[in-house]
Design a protein around this ligand. Structure first.
Ligand SMILES: C[S@@+](CC[C@H](N)C(=O)[O-])C[C@H]1O[C@@H](n2cnc3c(N)ncnc32)[C@H](O)[C@@H]1O
Length: 287
C-alpha cells in the first residue's frame, strides 16, 4: 500500500484538485471545524489536513506509512503561511521539522509527541495506523481523511485511533463513498470508473492506482455500516454521527469517546451505543 502511494505521491495533490474540482479542500476545512488542542492526523499523506489543523492552532502530529508522501508534507509545511510566520521567529524550522521525525520503530512511544510539544509545531512521522506508536488517551482529537479505506485491517486501525484518543475526545473521519441517489450514481460511476483512471494515467502515470480508487470506494462500507464497525471496537463510545457532503460522494463521520468513569476500564464494549447510530441531527450542532 505504501509503495503504491510512494509511486503517485508527486502527482497526488494535483490529481486531488483535478478529480474533485477542488472540493477536497472544502471537505477537509469542514472536517477540522471545532477541533482544538493536541490532534493526531492518521494517514496524513501530503499533509493537507495537517495544514488545515495548523490554521486552527492545533498542535498536530501526522503519521503515514509512505515516506515519499511524508517528505512532500514536510516541504509543504515548511512553505505554508503558518509555517512562514513561525519561521520568522525560528529560521531553522525546516531543520527542526526533519529532526522531529521519528521512525515507527522508535523505542519511546511518546518521543514524537514530546518533541512536538517542546517545539510547539508539527510532528510528522512514519507509522502504521494499525500499530500507533503512542500511549493510550494521548490526543484531544484524531482525524483521518481518505485514509481508512486503505487500511489492511480496518477494525484494527479504528481501534488504535480510539485507543490513543482521550476520553471525551473526538475522531473525525472523511471518506469517499458511492452516492445513494439513483440520479447521481450513474454519472458518478462513469466519472470514477472511466474518467478518473484516464486522468490518473495521463497525469500521475498510473491508471492502476486510480482504478483501485474506484474499486476501493465501491467495496468500502459507508454510512451506518461503517459506524457499526466503529461501535464494535473494544472502546466505549458516547455517540457517533455522519453527514453526507456533495451528494454523498464524500462522508464525514464524528465519533465521540465516552468520559472516563472512575473504577471502570475505558476499554469495554457498550452494547447500548449500537442504538445510537443515527444521521447527524442538525448542522449547527456540528461545531
Ligand atoms: C488517499 S491518501 C490520503 C492522504 C491525506 N490524508 C489526504 O487528506 O489527502 C491515503 C494515505 O494513507 C496512507 N496509509 C495507508 N495505509 C496506512 C496505514 N496502515 N498506516 C498509515 N498510513 C497509511 C497512505 O500512505 C496514503 O498516504
Amino acid at each position: 500500500m505504501a509503495y503504491q502511494f510512494d509511486n503517485i505521491a508527486a502527482h497526488y495533490d494535483r490529481m486531488n484538485r483535478l478529480m474533485t474540482f477542488g472540493l477536497d479542500r472544502r471537505w477537509r476545512k469542514r472536517a477540522v471545524r471545532g477541533l482544538h488542542g493536541n490532534v493526531l492526523d492518521v494517514a496524513c499523506g501530503t499533509g493537507d489536513m495537517v495544514v488545515e489543523l495548523e490554521k486552527h492552532n492545533c498542535t498536530v502530529t501526522g503519521v503515514d506509512l509512505s515516506e515519499v508522501m511524508l517528505s512532500i508534507a514536510r516541504q509543504k509545511l515548511t512553505h505554508s503561511s503558518v509555517s512562514r510566520s513561525a519561521a520568522a521567529s525560528s529560521p531553522n524550522l525546516g531543520e527542526q521539522r526533519d529532526s522531529m521525525t521519528v521512525s515507527a520503530s522508535s523505542p519511546s512511544k511518546l518521543e514524537g509527541v514530546a518533541a512536538q510539544r517542546a517545539d510547539g509545531g508539527v510532528c510528522l512521522q512514519k507509522a502504521d495506523a494499525e500499530h500507533l506508536p503512542f500511549e493510550d488517551n494521548t490526543f484531544d482529537a484524531v482525524t483521518c481523511a481518505f485514509g481508512v479505506r486503505n487500511f489492511l485491517h480496518l477494525e484494527q486501525g479504528l481501534s488504535e485511533m480510539l485507543r490513543v484518543l482521550k476520553p471525551e475526545g473526538r475522531i473525525v473521519i472523511l471518506e469517499l463513498a458511492t452516492p445513494d441517489s439513483k440520479f447521481v450514481r450513474p454519472l458518478y460511476n462513469l466519472y470514477t470508473k472511466h474518467i478518473i483512471p484516464w486522468l490518473g494515467s495521463r497525469i500521475a502515470g498510473s491508471r492502476e492506482a486510480y482504478t483501485y480508487l474506484h474499486e476501493s470506494i465501491e467495496r468500502f462500507p459507508k454510512g451506518d455500516d461503517f459506524l457499526k464497525i466503529i461501535l464494535n471496537s473494544q472502546f466505549s463510545i458516547l455517540s457517533c454521527h455522519q453527514r453526507q457532503l456533495t451528494f454523498g460522494v464524500c462522508r464525514l463521520y464524528w465519533i465521540n469517546k465516552e468520559a472516563a468513569v472512575p473504577g471502570r476500564p475505558l476499554c469495554h464494549i457498550n452494547p447500548k451505543t449500537i442504538a445510537k447510530v443515527r444521521p447527524f441531527p442538525k448542522p449547527h450542532n456540528t461545531q
